[in-house]
Design a binder for this molecule. Structure first.
Ligand code: ZN
Ligand code: ZN
Length: 377
């Protein structure tokens, strides 16, 4: 039994509990997870007896290559994707069908109802995503590959930074290095934030040159099918002139002190990571560690304005999410980021992000890049 067959069998068990005869899977990452098909046009009709991939003639050969054991329905040019899917669904004899509520549009759902008047449709939550949160060994290996690509790209990137480079130029270079290091593409548009721009957790790159700041926050990842997601905050090697700092970073915080606090928060969170722990408790451990650090009488945890981390896999952000407002429990096989940060307007930000595999005993760090910015390069 291959991985995809196993996953479909696991999904069918949850559908039984949902009381539906069929599930229509249309989110591309979910279709890939269940079939191995990487094309952009595909819907999987899954019942206890059928697994049929509905696609079009552009993908006929690709489906034979990528999923030789799967039944495929190649729609003729005269039929729309919705019409073909509705026909296949009718042929399975399903009376009740679940659709992915977070992915199917109202227009598609209305179309299906019209073309399958005898079936009832019900929106289901993240059934496939729940399975995807638990990685099998082949998936962990793919994430390791994505981490390796991102790390090689970053080393090339750090070696070529010049003081006249802008955030935009550096972000473009980093994307290029990710491809050169073996990635299909960047997992997401890289963040390169110079000086006080690091105070925006998701800063879009601008024409700000490296010399206009004393630090650089870089958040990047590779996509090799599965993805990686890392952040490092570097001291700029070019910001020796103090006037630069006062011009672009008006507020005076000590980089080393803030960095040490973020690193301590990261380590405190990792010490809590293991199967059976509540995600919100890991988030709380990072905030508690940050709160021990005061700067000018202020508790730094007030500057940590986002969740501690998220699952990573076929998507950059997937379950489980580590944040205060969740009852999610971590399980062996989850792969998550840990990414505490401190963001101070007028000064900048420090974030330290790595990827971890959760096990019964603790967590295995998949990232190998040193934490210490001075040790990279
Ligand atoms: Zn990131
Ligand atoms: Zn992240």
């Amino acid at each position: 039994m291959n991985y995809q067959t196993n996953r479909r069998a696991n999904l069918l068990r949850t559908l039984k509990a949902d009381g539906v005869d069929a599930l229509l899977v249309t989110a591309p990452a979910n279709v890939f997870y269940l079939t191995g098909f990487t094309g952009s046009s595909g819907a999987l009709v899954l019942t206890a007896k059928h697994a049929i991939l509905v696609s079009d003639a552009r993908y006929e050969e690709q489906i034979k290559e990528e999923c030789p054991d799967l039944d495929a329905h190649i729609r003729p040019l005269t039929k729309t994707a919705a019409e073909a899917t509705a026909e296949v669904l009718t042929k399975t004899g399903a009376k009740t069908a679940g659709v992915e509520a977070g992915h199917v549009t109202l227009a598609v759902l209305e179309g299906l109802k019209e073309k399958c008047p005898k079936a009832t449709f019900t929106g289901l939550g993240e059934r496939v995503e729940a399975l995807r949160a638990l990685k099998d060994p082949s998936e962990v290996e793919q994430i390791r590959v994505a981490v390796g690509v991102a790390e090689r790209a970053f080393k090339m990137f750090v070696a070529m930074i010049r003081e006249t480079d802008t955030e935009k130029e550096l972000a473009d270079e980093l994307e290029h290095f990710i491809r050169r290091a073996g990635g299909k593409r960047s997992a997401f548009a890289p963040i390169v934030a110079v000086g006080d721009r690091g105070a925006l957790p998701h800063a879009p790159p601008t024409d700000r040159p490296v010399i206009d700041g004393s630090k650089i926050l870089v958040d990047w990842g590779a996509d090799v099918g599965y993805r990686s997601d890392l952040t490092r905050t570097l001291k700029s090697p070019f910001a020796s002139a103090p006037f630069r700092k006062t011009k672009q970073e008006r507020v005076g915080y000590n980089f080393d002190l803030v960095y040490a606090a973020v690193k301590a928060a990261h380590e405190a969170a990792v010490a809590e990571l293991r199967a059976g722990v509540k995600a919100k408790d890991v988030d709380a451990a990072a905030r508690k560690a940050l709160a021990k650090n005061t700067h000018k009488g202020e508790d730094l945890s007030g500057y940590f304005t986002h969740g501690l981390g998220h699952g990573i896999g076929l998507d950059t952000h997937e379950g489980p999410f580590l944040r205060p407002n969740t009852e999610a429990m971590l399980e062996a096989g989850n792969v998550v980021t840990i990414e505490p940060g401190v963001y101070i307007a007028g000064w900048g930000g420090v974030r330290l992000e790595d990827d971890y595999l959760i096990t019964k005993e603790g967590a295995i760090r998949l990232t190998t890049l040193p934490h210490d910015p001075a040790a990279i390069g």
